[in-house]
Design a protein around this ligand. Structure first.
Ligand code: ARG
Length: 471
């Protein structure tokens, strides 16, 4: 008996009549993926529509049957949109759930849909269609994030910020230069995703279970119909390749690493010790106990969630490493990992974009005074001597001595009167004071890609049409 009402064999499961008993209820739950792979419903329907169309064109079913299958699949889509499609655990996964419902709606004709395909090539197709769409969404979010940074950069070409190495004051920077560094990182993130997308965008459909099919299907037709750039050349590879989930998660991990580095900076910039930014009420939270507090929860969560994404990358790699060809049920584990990588990355990108759009403002008065109260102009004193033909290493030693003296006396370089400079080296003149003023220190760094205002201005001009033209 193979009931015409569903994909149900004599055991009451979805399996063939070789099975006599139903699954243990605990194992049924353990085995099922419907609770999470229902997220692939639209893609499963799209893939099935393309498959049904191809079956009709290739003469494997009649044109009328093909049309009826497609109409039936669209009816399932409408039910889902109306909230009336709620498959339970017995459906096992989204692929069986759709097929079951189709058979309920169409009767025996519905049983023709699975001709020449397997859930193995089907799930690979669904997952790629789903990921492709999300890669495109992440690209839009990366652009929004870049734009949010760019707006601050544009406004703060002339604002100075201490530049650090080893988190020690190193040399002053234009704040725009600092922010544009993150715009560049996000651009590399975009390029990586563009590259990964080509490998996501290959169609495994028609590889069937693992070896292809004797039926005269046309793989290129379904691939083109679904907007894939090409098809897998090897049917075994087609059903067992999950490289694309790893590659994508690696690219997403770098997005998260970049967001997390920026998040870390925002957190300390917001501290009273730095006070380089003010958090607005839109993105900051209070303490339940300490009424004076305003906490940077958004960047903290971004920093925290980064670990999740890195963890999934490791999980996916480990899941794959021992698997023989071809399909293994282990692959079912790729979905929750991939879904979480995607939703976490999307949520963090959006939150960081909003944080920069309306959640913080820079404090130029604090930033500009910060750079005037340290020794981050010491290299410029050495450069000054170099321009007066003192060998760099000698100049470096002399300035080291100067800094030591100032530290002992509790003063800054600019507080030293000219005779004391000249005691150290006769090449010093009173233009030394202009040369070590922070603004001049920044302006002087005009090597290509440096923080000199002219350089940064040209970078702003380069980004302006890229980021703001469609705005
Ligand atoms: N739910 C399965 C998965 O996510 C679909 C493919 C099942 N294939 C099979 N031969 N059991 O991977």
């Amino acid at each position: 008996m193979s009931g015409s009402e569903g994909v149900t064999g004599s055991s009451g499961t979805a399996w063939s009549d070789r099975f006599e008993q139903g699954l243990h209820p605990v194992i049924e739950r353990f085995n099922a993926s419907i609770e999470f792979d229902i997220a692939l419903l639209q893609q499963d329907l799209d893939g099935s529509v393309a498959h049904a169309r191809m079956l009709g064109r290739c003469g494997l079913i009649s044109k009328a049957e093909s049309t009826q299958l497609i109409d039936g699949l669209e009816a399932v889509r409408r039910e889902a949109t109306a909230g009336d499609f709620k498959p339970g655990l017995e459906a096992e996964d989204v692929h069986f759930a759709v097929e079951r419902r189709l058979i309920e709606l169409l009767g025996p004709l519905g049983k023709k849909l699975h001709t020449g395909r397997s859930r193995n090539d089907q799930v690979g197709t669904d997952l790629r269609l789903w990921l492709r769409q999300h890669i495109d969404g992440i690209d839009v979010l990366l652009r929004r994030f870049q734009r949010a940074l760019f707006r601050h950069a544009e406004a703060h070409l002339d604002t100075l910020i201490p530049g650090y190495t080893h988190l020690q004051r190193a040399q002053p920077l234009s704040l725009a230069h600092h922010l544009l560094a993150y715009v560049e990182m996000a651009e590399r993130d975009r390029m990586r995703l563009v590259d990964v997308r080509h490998r996501v965008n290959l169609c495994p459909l028609g590889a069937a279970a693992l070896a292809g099919t004797p039926l005269p299907i046309d793989r290129r037709q379904t691939a083109a119909d679904l907007g894939f750039e090409g098809i897998y050349a090897n049917s075994l590879d087609a059903v067992s390749d999950r490289d694309f989930t790893v590659e994508f998660s690696a690219a997403a991990s770098l997005v998260m690493a970049h967001l997390s580095r920026l998040a870390e900076e925002v957190i300390f910039w917001a501290s009273e010790e730095f006070a380089f930014i003010r958090l607005t009420d839109r993105c900051a939270t209070g303490s339940s106990l300490m009424p004076q507090k305003k906490n940077p929860d958004v960047p903290e969560l971004v920093r925290g969630k980064t670990g999740r994404v890195f963890g999934h990358l490791q999980g996916l790699l480990t899941m794959i490493k021992g698997l023989p060809l071809a399909y293994n049920k282990d692959f079912q584990e790729d979905k929750e990992a991939l879904f979480d990588v995607v939703s976490t990355t999307e949520a963090c990108l959006e939150a960081m974009a909003i944080l920069f759009e309306e959640g913080l403002s820079f404090r130029p008065e604090r930033l500009n005074t910060a750079v005037a109260s340290d020794f981050s102009n010491a290299t410029d004193v050495a450069d000054y001597l170099v321009s007066r033909e003192v060998p760099f290493r000698e100049a470096y030693q002399l300035v080291g001595r100067l800094v030591k003296t100032c530290l002992q006396e509790g003063i800054l370089l600019r507080d030293l009167p000219l005779p004391r400079w000249q005691e150290l080296h006769p090449a010093f003149d009173d233009d030394i004071f202009a040369a070590i003023a922070p603004r001049q220190v920044v302006a002087a760094r005009c090597s290509e890609g440096g923080t000199g205002f002219d350089q940064v201005r040209s970078q702003l001009q380069r980004w302006q049409p890229v980021l703001m033209s469609s705005q």
